[in-house]
Design a binder for this molecule. Structure first.
Ligand code: PNS
Length: 157
């Protein structure tokens, strides 16, 4: 049984994340979506809301679960028996951002990172842009799973 961890801030979960989780599940028996803390960001949504929204968005995928995690990601991976981290790539900028983390996680614990190419139709969809569109009164429903737009609106009000 191959277990992979798909980590991120998921602030909020987007259709891009659902696409990557779906593709990751085709590659691995079990995918744990890890709602993690990024020291460089202060999230709009609290961790419980991020977990709840991601869990609802991925409930249709057997073998995909969602958990919050704190601390080093590699410790979480070890604790769950995962030898692989999955990340989605929308383009070259994502690779430049992800590469040092992949190398660091390999250095720390020998955990490999597998990059999955996302659906090109979603390559402009990023949580940061979604938050920005919402902040300025735009409609984010086309980019996020059901229920997310309402939660983002509530967090901004
Ligand atoms: O969606 P993000 O914010 O780009 O995800 C980044 C995240 C949360 C995966 C990364 O910051 C992380 O792994 N945080 C956990 C703490 C950790 O292990 N830091 C070292 C990463 S090499």
């Amino acid at each position: 049984m191959t277990v992979a961890v798909f980590p991120g801030s998921f602030d909020p979960v987007t259709l891009g994340h659902v696409d990557i989780a779906t593709r990751a599940r085709m590659l691995f028996d079990s995918v744990i979506v890890a709602v993690a803390h990024n020291s460089n960001k202060s999230p709009l949504l609290d961790v419980d809301t991020r977990v709840e929204l991601a869990a609802a968005a991925l409930a249709h995928l057997d073998g995909v679960t969602v958990e919050a995690t704190d601390g080093l990601l590699v410790n979480f991976c070890r604790a769950r028996g995962a030898a692989v981290i999955v990340k989605g790539l929308r383009g070259g900028a994502d690779y430049d951002y992800e590469r040092p983390m992949a190398l660091m996680n390999r250095s720390l614990a020998g955990i490999e990172t597998v990059f999955v190419t996302g659906d090109n139709a979603l390559s402009h969809v990023a949580s940061s842009l979604v938050r920005d569109v919402a902040r300025h009164g735009g409609d984010i429903k086309p980019f996020v799973p059901d229920g997310v737009a309402q939660a983002v609106r509530a967090a901004l009000d």
